[in-house]
Structures are given as structure tokens and as C-alpha cells.
Design a protein around this ligand. Structure first.
Ligand code: APR
Length: 315
């Protein structure tokens, strides 16, 4: 027994925050940070490693300098990518990040063939689809992290609105991790109390709007995207896998008929455990939410089609 090993590919802001959060949970024994720029992975790994004498179980944090250093990991997190620059279209960004995700997924397939992959790179739902197609692995082994973050952002908005219930909020967010995300307050509760019994209809709408704007609000202040909340959301998902928690977490999953859709990766409530996605939970959606969900699926499929039409999946 060598202990659990997790690799994080992409030692940028999100990758480092995930490693830091994970180092302080004590769930995994070893964390490897890999980046196309080895000095970034080395520097951040040293910094985090120098904090772990104060971690619960002295998690070992190291840089993986070469792709082959990510050998035999239990979980591999993909946070590699480039941010959108001023002169880039969405399609440009899609193609660039898809290329990066394809490349690093090739490394994972070769060196950690038994891993569960947690994809975080954006646009999340499409990148998760890329990982599925590049690996060809069983669909339970590939999960996208979007809903865990969006739900945490929704909980933040609910807490601000109610003024109580921190860490007791059970939010639900469906759909893509983007413009068509569906925060679903109707089935959300605070300590078991249905949300619609403690906030007004208008407040519910405000919670939905602010949740959807959660990432953009931070960019407005920082001029860069968020990393602490994404890092923590990654870490709880990795913990759920490593400890076989069978925890219900909204996650990006490959659908095969669930919710009436197939061959598309989209956010739905999933049971996360040792095998990755242990189960996709099918909610009985009301008509309005069903229509929103279909719109969200359509937007993801449009982006997948951009890649398909460019021949991305041919080689
Ligand atoms: N292989 C490995 N690492 C790579 C590659 C590659 N081919 N290409 C880029 N990277 C690395 C970059 O060098 C950088 O260190 O990925 C890292 C990305 O980090 P940041 O630019 O800081 O971006 P971050 O904010 O961490 O977001 C990473 O997660 O939430 C998503 O939208 C976000 O897609 C983005 C990703």
C-alpha cells in the first residue's frame, strides 16, 4: 500500500489552489504538480510542500517535471489551459484549449491508465467531452468539475440573502458551466428548510442571477478569474473519489439517455465515489427547467460541433 496519489496537470492559479486545499484534507498521500512550464510546477510544489509540516497527515507535494512522472495516479485533475485574450474568439479559445486537453489526456492515458480523470479546463463541458473521446474509457471514469463550484457560489448567495445557515445549504445547479447554467433554488434547502419558505420569489430570482454571475463578478475586481473556490471544489470531488464517499455532487457527466439526451457531457447530480461517477441521478424536472436544460445541452452540442467540423476528433 503506497497511499493515494493525485496528479494535477496545469500548475496555474486553480491547479495550485486545488493542491493546497487537498494537502490540508489528509485524504491523499502524494500530490504531483505538472505544467508545460516545469519551473512553475517546481516553484509551486516547493511552496505548498513547505506548508505541509502543518498539514494533518504530512501530504507529500512534488513537481512532475516530465509527463512520465505522472505515473500510476489514482486521480488526475486537468486544469491546463489558456485564458481568453482580447483578440480571441470563443471558437479560437475552444480550439486552443481542446488541443491542450487532448495533449495532456494523452499523457494520462499512457502513464496513469487506471486513473479517474477530473476535468476542470474551460469551456468545461466541451473539454470533458474531449477527455471522453480521447481516452475512450468507461464514462464513469471521467468527470467534469463545474457544478460543485457553481453550487458553492449559489450557497454563498443564499447565505447572504438569509443571513444564516452557512455550511448548511444544499444547493443544486444543473446544465452547463457557463451562460446557460441552471441554478435550481426550487429544490434547495437550508438545514432541511425549503428555500422557497424562507426567501421571496424575487430573492430566488436574484440568487439565480448572482450565481450565474459568480465568476464574472470576481474577474471584475481582480482582472483575473477565481481560484480559491474552484480549488476547494476540486478538492472535495477528489476526496469523494479517494474516500469512496458516494457523495451527491452536481458534476459534468456523459449522458446516455438520461434526461432524454445522449452523447453530450453536461452538469447533473451524480453520486461520486471510488469508481468516479457511481450514478447519475435523474431529477423529475418541471417543464420550464426541462426547456432550460435542453437549451443548455444545445449550447454544448454547438461547441462540440465546432470541434467535430474542424476535424479535431479525426486524429
Ligand atoms: N500542458 C500542461 N500545462 C499547460 C499546458 C499544457 N499543454 N498548456 C498550458 N498549461 C498550463 C499553463 O502553463 C498554466 O500554468 O496551465 C496553467 C493554467 O493556469 P492559469 O493560466 O493560471 O489558469 P487558471 O486560472 O488556473 O485556470 C485553469 O481551469 O477553471 C479553469 O477556466 C479555467 O481553463 C482554465 C483552467
Amino acid at each position: 500500500m503506497t497511499g493515494k496519489k493525485v496528479a494535477i496537470i496545469g500548475a496555474g492559479a486553480v491547479g495550485a489552489a486545488a493542491a493546497y486545499s487537498l494537502a490540508f484534507t489528509g485524504t491523499c498521500h502524494r500530490i504531483l504538480l505538472y505544467d508545460i512550464f516545469p519551473e512553475v510546477a517546481i516553484g509551486k510544489a516547493i511552496d505548498i510542500a513547505q506548508s505541509t509540516n502543518y498539514s494533518p497527515r504530512g501530504t507529500v507535494v512534488e513537481a512532475a517535471v516530465k509527463p512520465e512522472d505522472i505515473k500510476d495516479c489514482d486521480v488526475v485533475v486537468i486544469t491546463a489551459g489558456v485564458p481568453r485574450k482580447k483578440d480571441m474568439t470563443r471558437a479560437d479559445l475552444l480550439n486552443i484549449n481542446a488541443g491542450i486537453v487532448k495533449e495532456v489526456t494523452g499523457h494520462i492515458k499512457k502513464y496513469s491508465p487506471n486513473a479517474i480523470i477530473l476535468c476542470v479546463s474551460n469551456p468545461l463541458d466541451v473539454m470533458t467531452y474531449v477527455v471522453h473521446k480521447v481516452t475512450g474509457w468507461d464514462k464513469n471514469r471521467i468527470i467534469g468539475m463545474g457544478g460543485a463550484l457553481d453550487a458553492s457560489r449559489m450557497a454563498y448567495q443564499i447565505r447572504r440573502k438569509t443571513g444564516f445557515g452557512a455550511a448548511q445549504i444544499k444547493p443544486m445547479v444543473l446544465g452547463d458551466h457557463g451562460e446557460n447554467m441552471i441554478p435550481y433554488p426550487d429544490i434547495t434547502n437550508v438545514g432541511g428548510v425549503p428555500l422557497d419558505q424562507i426567501v421571496s420569489k424575487e430573492d430566488m430570482q436574484d440568487i439565480i442571477a448572482k450565481t450565474k454571475d459568480g465568476g464574472a463578478e470576481i474577474v471584475k475586481y481582480l482582472k483575473t478569474s477565481a481560484f480559491f473556490a474552484p480549488g476547494r471544489a476540486i478538492s472535495i470531488m477528489v476526496e469523494a473519489i479517494l474516500s469512496d464517499e458516494e457523495k451527491v455532487i452536481p458534476s459534468c457527466a456523459m449522458l446516455d439517455g438520461e434526461y432524454g439526451h445522449s452523447d453530450v457531457t453536461v452538469g447533473v447530480p451524480c453520486v461520486i465515489g471510488a469508481n468516479g461517477i457511481e450514478k447519475v441521478i435523474e431529477l423529475d424536472l418541471d417543464d420550464e427547467t426541462k426547456a432550460k436544460f435542453a437549451k443548455s445541452v444545445e449550447s454544448i452540442k454547438e461547441n462540440i460541433a465546432i470541434l467535430t467540423d474542424s476535424g479535431f476528433f479525426d486524429s
